[in-house]
Design a binder for this molecule. Structure first.
Ligand code: NDP
Ligand SMILES: O=C1O[C@H](COP(=O)(O)O)[C@@H](O)[C@H](O)[C@H]1O
Length: 489
């Protein structure tokens, strides 16, 4: 049986096919699947966008995207196969009448249609109406929605309702691209395929957990979009809460979408609310100021192109999150994420509890606790900090802290790290929802995030400045130091 035998031949329709996401991520992802023969031989890729283009011009744009955004040398056979699949349809997504043209383009095609909304969410509703009026929605179709889904719980409900009018939840694939990252997927393997961790993954063994998602980039010309969102909506409400959920969830009964999503949802629902009463104690928000990155001067957030000097938007967030359930009582999860930090570096550090009694006082007055570091990106891997005897006759019990380091690139012979969008695109084509976010999860995450945003506004909590190229405002150090702990640098 071939890997695509369980895939139905599909019309993969990308709305916004000429946009940034499509060119940088979606088309290269489809190319990589093509290289691996993971797209059904009869599937077609339909680019839908506002501008007039001939098919040949669209093929040229796709080729340029691959040349610009695929890191490896292109495989010409795969390029040719991908190009053969292309169809282009000019369309104004807000004009229902023009969907008749899309109908003509799809009418003799495959029965299953995958509609990828690579557009601002504000027009998802228009697209759905256009598709419906043109009789282009059946139960066999799927819809893929990009983040952010809304700006708040209320606005996310509006968007979800607009789409739910035409697509059932089991047809809806909400992207959080962190769920497609190899290392994020590996969290489940680490936790549930290794009894060592499965059996020591709770308040009895773990002291606290740190999750850091640091980015060295700034706003990258997206000031207008970003200023409306800030790091809380852009990164915490989605990516960091997804990582937290996978780390903290109970073992799902199996890997089905329903089992995994239900367990993740329970974690988000159990997050202790942060509100105006505890906001100062539990959170820090920051905004990068002028600074240096790798010795090069970089502008602060307010000096970026297009900036409004009065902006109070945060580019850094640190949070002490607590989960009110049996497993995690008194085990804080410290989250921090920011733009313009010294390096791009995302990792989880699980700090285990100290031994109750120390018989090695001659080497260590206080025994360091074990630490499990999960390097999400780059230099993907898993590292376990542990104590070991230094070999030698001179001393009977001279001990030292060492690490077991499982570097993925070394272990898997520099195997190319699959981009998250490749994984997620494949799962959509295969009709597997387990790596996508349910509506309930999105709403529970907004409920928690909205309360924090409201508390910042209600208490006039202004973002603290931090120099670009630093690890965030000094108060983020105090956030964790108050608990007699420190960030792992
Ligand atoms: N870019 C990225 O890295 C990421 C993007 N996202 C999300 O993906 C979505 C797309 O983002 P991105 O690609 O950056 O945005 P872009 O603005 O680059 O692309 C959106 C595309 O939609 C088209 N479009 C908008 N309105 C209409 C309309 N009425 N009729 C026809 N075409 C229309 C635009 O066409 P035109 O150019 O003619 O206006 C444009 O090609 C957004 O929801 C974004 O938040 C999420 C994560 C990362
Ligand atoms: O969703 C987003 O993610 C990127 C970071 O993604 P990564 O895969 O490079 O870690 C972030 O830069 C962007 O602001 C945000 O919208």
């Amino acid at each position: 049986m071939k890997t695509t035998d369980y895939q139905t031949a599909s019309e993969i329709v990308i709305f916004g096919a000429l946009g940034d996401l499509s060119r940088r991520k979606l088309l290269p992802a489809l190319y990589q699947l093509e290289v691996c023969n993971l797209i059904h031989k009869d599937s077609r890729i339909v680019g839908a966008a506002r501008q007039e283009h001939s098919l040949d011009e669209f093929k040229e744009i796709v080729l340029e995207s691959l040349q610009s955004f695929v890191k490896e040398e292109l495989n010409q056979e795969a390029v040719d196969r991908l190009i053969q699949r292309l169809v282009y349809q000019q369309l104004d997504f807000k004009n229902k009448v023009s969907f008749g043209n899309l109908y003509q383009a799809l009418v003799n095609g495959n029965k299953t249609r995958v509609y990828y909304f690579s557009t601002p969410p504000a027009i998802y509703g228009d697209i759905c109406h256009g598709l419906n009026d043109a009789s282009l929605i059946t139960d066999a179709d799927r819809v893929v929605m990009e983040k952010p889904i809304g700006h708040s719980l209320e606005s996310s409900k509006v968007i979800n309702d607009q789409v739910a009018e035409f697509f059932k939840e089991e047809q809806t694939y909400r992207i959080d691209h962190y769920l497609g990252k190899e290392t994020v997927l590996n969290l489940m393997v680490l936790r549930f395929a290794n009894s060592l961790f499965t059996n020591n993954w709770d308040r009895n063994s773990i002291d606290h957990v740190q999750i850091t998602v640091a980015e060295s980039v700034g706003i990258e010309g997206r000031w207008g979009f970003y200023d409306e969102a800030g790091q809380m909506r852009d990164m915490v409400q989605n990516h960091l809460l997804q990582i937290l959920s996978l780390l903290a969830m109970e073992p799902p009964a199996d890997l089905s979408a329903m089992s995994v999503r239900d367990e993740k949802l329970k974690v988000v629902k159990a997050l202790r609310p942060i509100n105006r009463d505890n906001i100062k104690e539990k959170t820090v928000r920051g905004q990068y100021a002028d600074g240096f990155l790798n010795g090069v001067a970089v502008p602060g957030y307010l000096n970026e192109e297009g900036a409004n000097q009065a902006s109070k938007t945060e580019t850094f967030v640190a949070i002490k999150a607590e989960i009110d359930n049996w497993r995690w009582k008194d085990v804080p999860f410290y989250l921090r994420t920011g733009k313009r930090m010294p390096i791009k570096h995302s990792e989880i550090v699980v700090h285990f509890k100290q031994q109750p009694h120390n018989i090695f006082k001659e080497s260590y007055s206080e025994l360091p606790a074990n630490k499990l570091t999960i390097r999400l990106q780059p230099d993907e891997g898993v590292e376990l900090q542990m104590m070991n005897k230094i070999p030698g006759i001179a001393s009977q019990m001279n001990i030292q802290e060492n690490k077991l380091d499982l570097s993925f690139s070394e272990t898997y012979n520099n195997e190319r790290v699959v981009d998250a969008y490749e994984r997620l695109m494949l799962e959509v084509l295969n009709g597997n929802q387990s790596l996508f976010v349910s509506r309930d999860e999105v709403e529970a995450a907004w409920l928690w995030a909205d309360s924090i945003i409201d508390a910042w506004q209600g208490t006039n909590e202004e973002p603290k400045p931090y120099a670009a190229g630093s690890w965030g405002p000094v108060s983020s150090i105090s956030l964790i130091a108050r608990d007699d702990r420190q960030w792992v640098e």
